[in-house]
Design a binder for this molecule. Structure first.
Ligand SMILES: Cc1cc2nc3c(=O)[nH]c(=O)nc-3n(C[C@H](O)[C@H](O)[C@H](O)COP(=O)(O)O)c2cc1C
Length: 213
């Protein structure tokens, strides 16, 4: 079967894309509005898109009320945001923060999550997040009314000491973070505890073995 995107409704495209492009890392994004009020919401149209400069991209969809979501508005207004990663431990609180609360409401107040001041940006970070990235807007792309891709340059990152495998080498114990990912539908998630490894091939090694190309 083939899906022709031009003949699909927006909802059908949303369901197809979120049902196939999985798992998606989840950014629990903290921002402040123009009055300094904290906001938090999860975003899984999210990923790193470069390391030099270190940049992340976030897709902010239109709010059902026909406005930009608070996270998008706050980021564009203040140029700052924090990406807090989500562990199994934080899953329920993350889900709570996706509530469609009115602008200016601090969704973290519905959870037991504590914040800590950021060092380079004004929005606070979530203390119990395994890792948090303080970001400043690098650029943004409008995708139509009330919809944007925000690209943030990472200024600094915080990681819980428990997840640093080697402080000198700055290496991370990724499995220990127990991060979760977004899956299909509005309610399905995945753990990241089922891993397998593969060495990447190189052309030079292949030539040495005499394997025909
Ligand atoms: C796991 C998860 C991932 C989400 N990802 C996105 C996303 O990538 N883009 C988006 O616009 N909304 C996403 N949402 C919905 C927003 O979190 C929701 O609309 C929220 O109310 C927005 O809050 P805000 O207006 O405070 O930014 C996601 C929700 C959940 C639970």
């Amino acid at each position: 079967m083939q899906f022709d995107f031009d003949s699909m409704t927006g909802l059908e495209r949303f369901e197809f894309l979120t049902g196939t492009i999985v798992p998606r890392p989840i950014a629990l994004i903290t921002t402040i509005d123009a009055h300094g009020r904290l906001n938090a919401a999860p975003y899984s149209f999210f990923n790193i898109v470069g390391h030099d400069p270190a940049v992340v991209a976030v897709g902010v969809l239109p709010h059902s009320e026909g406005r930009l979501k608070d996270t998008g508005l706050n980021i564009l207004d203040t140029q700052e945001f924090v990406v807090n990663l989500v562990s199994e431990e934080l899953a329920e609180a993350m889900n709570t923060t996706c509530i469609d609360a009115p602008p200016g409401f601090d969704e973290l107040s519905l959870t037991d999550l504590k914040t800590a001041p950021s060092t380079h940006v004004r929005p606070a970070r979530i203390l119990s997040a395994p890792a948090a990235f303080e970001c400043r807007v690098h650029s943004s792309i409008s995708l139509g009314p009330n919809q944007a891709i925000v690209i943030g340059r990472i200024l600094t990152a915080h990681i819980d000491d428990r997840f640093v495998a080697d402080f000198e080498k700055r290496s991370i114990d990724t499995p220990a973070m127990k991060l979760i990912g977004g899956m299909h539908g509005a309610k399905w998630y995945t753990r990241t505890s089922d891993q397998f490894g593969m060495d990447r091939p190189t052309w030079a090694a292949r030539q040495k073995k005499g394997t025909p190309a």
